[in-house]
Design a protein around this ligand. Structure first.
Ligand SMILES: [Zn+2]
Length: 286
């Protein structure tokens, strides 16, 4: 199913954005500019015009499944049909079949799946009670092309909510932020933006993109980009018979045997926050 949204199409001249793009440099090794944007290496991007994703079939046992799907889809939709100065950004998403795969990862021999999954029982990464979600992006370090991206939602340590009735940790906000990482955007210094690194209890404002977020998409996926729509994951769609590898802990790692062509970036943008003491009611989105 191709996802497309119709948003208000007001063309605004884009100013020099403060947004940050994810790049091929790794975490703490990245030199950063005055805005905190990494500047080393190549910027990341999806080489297709429509990026495929799959929901892990079980979703969260703590949430209504139909409403969960609706909310997750809305978060992807919020990043499509975005107005750029020269037209509409060249980025859409395609929902592929659900998958049984319950781990993030990338196999350079394929098949693969860009999976959206909930971790209801554990969140096996550092700072598990202060992190709402994690997006893992695998890319070709020679070009910056994204090969695979997976989003894991930390429903084990956080009360994730779906509606406006009682908002605790708003799934649509969390996902909107993670989809930004999924498409190659790093944390921005603009506090109003969806790609700002922290989230306060009850907040729903991340559901709607800020101009800074839109400027990032227009920079990465300009209207004039000539690309085909190919939502098939690298190496074909993974159905998941074999267990995927477990990721090691840490924010930067290689998977399986080291490859010069690929590298894995795990919440590298979150490193900007690593030295700060988080407020009690603030969670990191990474
Ligand atoms: Zn983040």
């Amino acid at each position: 199913m191709l996802l497309a949204a119709s948003l208000g199409l007001t063309l605004l001249p884009s100013e020099a954005g403060a947004f940050c793009r994810s790049r091929t440099c790794r975490g703490a090794e990245c030199t950063r500019d005055a805005d905190g944007c990494p500047v080393d290496g190549l910027p990341l991007y999806w080489p297709t015009g429509c990026v495929g994703f799959s929901f892990q079939k079980d979703l969260s046992g703590k949430l209504d499944p139909d409403l969960t799907r609706t909310v997750l889809r809305r978060a992807f939709l919020s990043w499509t049909q975005l107005p750029c100065p020269t037209g509409t950004a060249s980025l859409t998403f395609s929902e592929n079949d659900d998958t049984a795969c319950n781990a993030s990862g990338y196999d350079d021999k394929g098949p693969n799946v860009n999976v959206i999954l909930f971790r209801d029982d554990d969140f096996p990464y550092r700072d598990e009670d202060n992190t709402l979600a994690k997006t893992t992006v695998t890319f070709d370090s020679k070009t910056g092309a994204i090969l695979d991206a997976d989003i894991e939602i930390n429903s084990a340590f956080n009360e994730v909510t779906l509606t406006n009735n009682r908002v605790v940790y708003d799934l649509e906000s969390i996902m909107a932020h993670e989809v930004g990482h999924f498409i190659g955007i790093a944390h921005t210094p603009v506090p109003e933006a969806t790609m700002y690194a922290s989230y306060e209890t009850g907040q729903t404002s991340l559901r709607s993109l800020d101009q800074d977020d839109i400027d990032a998409v227009c920079a990465i996926y300009p209207p004039e980009r000539e690309v085909k729509c190919d939502p098939t994951p690298k190496g074909g769609q993974q159905v998941c018979g074999a267990e995927a590898e477990e990721a090691d802990e840490g924010c930067v790692l290689g998977r399986g045997r080291p490859s010069l062509l690929t590298a894995v970036m795990l919440c590298a943008a979150a490193l900007a926050l690593a030295g700060r003491k988080a407020r009690r009611d603030t969670r990191r989105t990474c």
